[in-house]
Design a protein around this ligand. Structure first.
Ligand SMILES: Cc1cc2nc3c(=O)[nH]c(=O)nc-3n(C[C@H](O)[C@H](O)[C@H](O)COP(=O)(O)O)c2cc1C
Ligand code: SF4
Length: 512
C-alpha cells in the first residue's frame, strides 16, 4: 500500500530545512522498501513547527513537527506512516488550538492541497466562483463584490467594488488587471503563502476581475525576492492555459483573459500602485501624481484595476458563496477576514486568518503564546514599516480598520512585528526615518530631505539635546502634510508613536 505524505515547499519551510527533510524521507522509504507518495504542499502557517510533515493514515491526516532530516529514521522506527506515537507527533491538525478557531476563507486550501494540482484545487472547492461570474453580467459581478464589503487588503482598505465599478465605467481600448504582489511590508508573508500554497485562487480571482470590468489582460507584479512563488505561479498559469481556464476562450465563454508574471527589482516604493505601474511599463519606479487615478488612466494610460494578492484571492469565495456569506464575517465597515501574520519576538509565529474584530492581545497571547524570549512584550508594530508602535496598554485594541485608527494604528496588510522589553524605541524611531531615506523615490522634498534630517535630529535628541524634540515634531508635521505619497506621509506614525508612548527611551539618562 502506498502512503501519502506531505512536506511543504513554502519558502518558510524550505528555509528551515524542508528540502533536506523531504529527501531524507524518500531515501529512508527506499532503504526500507516502503512505497510512499510525497506531496509538496503549502504551509499551514504554524511556522515554529516547520518543517511539518503530514501523513495520510487510515484515521485521517496526522502531523509531525518540526521534523529535521536527522529525525526521519526515528519517525519510521516509530511507525509514523501509520500515525505512530513520537515526541514530534502533533495529531490531527483540525483539532490543533492554533488552527481550530481560525476562520480560513481565503486560506481554506493552503497547506492542505498540492498547490500545482488543478484537480486538487477543483476537488477542494476551487473554480466555482469563475463559472458563477461567467453566468452573470459584468455590473452584477461588480455589485456582488461591492455588496460583500471587501476592501483592499494591500494597506489602504479602499472598497474593491468601487474601484472595479470605476474601471468598468471607464473608456479604454484595452483594460488591465494588475496584481500587486510586491509585499514589501515588514513582517508580512500572506501574499507569498497564497502564491506558493494556492496559486489558482489568485489566478481565479484575477480572471473574475477581468470578466467584471472587461479587461482581457492581467499582470502579476512580483518582487524578485520570491523565486519560489515565481516558479509556482508560472507553472500554475501554464496549467490554467492548458485546461482552458485562461486564454482566448475561458471555459468556452468566448471571453478572453491572458495572464503573466512580471518581476520587480525589489524596491519598497514599487509596492505603491503608481510606482508599480511605472516599473511595469519598464521605467524607474517613481510616484505618479494623482489624479488621474489608475482606474481611469493606469497601465500604459489605460483603465486599470490594481489590487493586492489577498484582495483578488478573496474574490472566488465571494462569487461562489455569495456576498451575504462573506459579509457575515467581521464588524463595522471591516467585513470578511484578514490573514494576520505574527512575526518578530513571538513564541508561535505564523498566519492566523480571522474575521475583523479580534484583539491584538488575543493574537499575541492566545495564538502567539507571548514573546519568544519569555520576557514581557513591550511594543508591537502593526501594518508594516509605516505603522505606529502600539504599547502594551493598548493591546486590547480591536483589529477593525476604523477602530484601530482611533488609537492611531493602521491594520494595513495585517503584519504584526513583536518586540520585548529590551527594545530601544528611539533606535526604532531612527530606523523608521532611515528606512524612509533609503527607500524614498526622491520626487518630493519633505520625504527626500526630511527623512535624512530626521535621522540627524533623532541622533541629537538621543545625545541629550532635549530641544530637538520640538524640531522632530515640526519635521514630522511637515512630512505628514507635505509628502506626495504615504512613504513620506506616514513615516511620522512610527516615529511619533515611539516618541509619545516611550519618551523615556529618547532621554539621555541611564545610557552608557
Ligand atoms: C510606500 C507604499 C508601499 C506599498 N506597498 C504595497 C505592497 O507591497 N503591496 C500592496 O498590495 N500594496 C502596497 N501599497 C498600497 C498600494 O499603493 C495600493 O493601495 C494597493 O496596491 C491597492 O490594492 P488593494 O486595494 O487591493 O489594497 C503600498 C503603498 C505605499 C504608499
Ligand atoms: S513621499 Fe517619498 S516616496 Fe513618496 S513621492 Fe515623495 S519622495 Fe517619493
Amino acid at each position: 500500500m502506498t502512503t501519502t505524505l506531505y512536506v511543504p515547499c513554502d519558502a518558510s519551510a524550505l528555509s528551515l530545512g524542508a528540502e533536506a527533510t523531504a529527501k531524507a524521507i524518500i531515501a529512508e522509504a527506499q532503504r526500507r522498501g516502503v512505497e510512499i507518495r510525497l506531496v509538496r504542499n503549502g504551509t499551514r502557517g504554524m511556522l515554529w513547527l516547520e518543517p511539518m510533515v503530514e501523513v495520510e493514515t487510515a484515521a485521517g491526516r496526522v502531523a509531525y513537527g518540526p521534523v529535521k532530516a536527522r529525525d526521519v529514521a526515528g519517525l519510521f522506527d516509530a511507525g509514523f506512516l501509520q500515525g505512530g506515537t513520537h515526541a514530534l507527533a502533533l495529531g490531527a491538525l483540525a483539532d490543533h488550538p492554533y488552527l481550530k478557531n481560525q476562520e480560513r476563507l481565503t486560506f481554506a486550501r493552503v497547506g492542505i492541497t498540492d498547490p500545482l494540482s488543478l484537480d486538487d484545487y477543483l476537488v477542494h472547492g476551487g473554480y466555482r466562483g469563475l463559472p458563477a461570474a461567467l453566468a452573470m453580467a459584468a455590473p452584477a459581478i461588480v455589485q456582488e463584490v461591492t455588496d460583500s464589503g471587501l476592501r483592499g487588503r494591500g494597506g489602504a482598505a479602499f472598497p474593491a467594488g468601487i474601484k472595479w465599478k470605476t474601471v468598468l465605467g471607464a473608456e479604454g481600448s484595452q483594460k488591465y488587471i494588475v496584481c500587486n504582489a510586491d509585499e514589501g511590508d515588514s513582517g508580512t508573508y500572506s501574499d507569498r503563502m497564497i502564491m506558493e500554497g494556492d496559486p489558482f485562487v489568485l489566478i481565479e480571482g484575477m480572471t473574475i476581475a477581468g470578466m467584471a470590468v472587461g479587461a482581457t489582460r492581467g499582470y502579476i507584479y512580483l518582487r524578485c525576492e520570491y523565486p519560489h512563488a515565481y516558479r509556482t505561479l508560472n507553472q500554475a498559469i501554464a496549467t490554467a492555459y492548458a485546461r482552458n481556464y485562461l486564454g482566448q476562450d475561458v471555459l468556452g465563454s468566448k471571453r478572453a483573459f491572458d495572464l503573466e508574471v512580471r518581476l520587480g527589482a525589489g524596491a519598497y516604493i514599487c509596492g505603491e500602485e503608481t510606482s508599480l505601474l511605472e516599473s511595469l511599463e519598464g521605467k524607474r519606479g517613481q510616484i505618479r501624481f494623482k489624479p488621474p487615478l489608475p482606474a481611469i488612466k493606469g497601465l500604459f494610460g489605460q483603465p486599470t484595476v490594481i489590487n493586492n494578492v489577498i484582495t483578488y484571492a478573496s474574490v472566488p469565495i465571494i462569487l461562489d458563496r455569495g456576498a451575504p456569506f462573506y459579509k457575515e464575517y467581521g464588524m463595522g465597515r471591516s467585513r470578511g477576514t484578514l490573514p494576520f501574520q505574527l512575526t518578530g519576538n513571538i513564541k508561535h509565529g505564523g498566519l492566523i486568518e480571522k474575521a475583523f474584530g479580534i484583539t491584538l492581545r488575543e493574537l499575541l497571547y492566545d495564538y502567539g503564546g507571548g514573546s519568544y524570549s519569555g520576557r514581557p512584550i513591550r511594543a508591537v508594530q502593526v501594518g508594516g514599516p509605516l505603522g505606529a508602535y502600539i504599547p502594551a496598554s493598548q493591546f486590547d485594541a480591536v483589529l477593525d480598520y476604523e477602530e484601530f485608527a482611533k488609537i492611531g494604528g493602521m491594520v494595513g496588510h495585517g503584519g504584526i512585528v513583536v518586540f520585548d522589553d529590551t527594545v530601544d524605541m528611539a533606535a526604532q524611531a531612527r530606523y523608521a526615518m532611515e528606512f524612509c531615506a533609503v527607500e524614498s523615490c526622491g520626487k518630493c522634498t519633505p520625504c527626500r530631505i526630511g527623512s535624512t534630517r530626521g535621522v540627524e535630529v533623532i541622533d541629537r535628541l538621543v545625545a541629550g539635546e532635549q530641544k530637538q524634540e520640538v524640531l522632530l515634531r515640526d519635521l514630522c508635521e511637515t512630512m505628514l502634510a507635505g509628502s506626495l505619497c504615504a512613504l513620506g506621509g506616514m513615516t511620522p506614525f512610527p516615529v511619533l508613536s515611539a516618541l509619545n508612548h516611550f519618551p523615556e527611551d529618547f532621554r539621555n539618562v541611564n545610557r552608557p
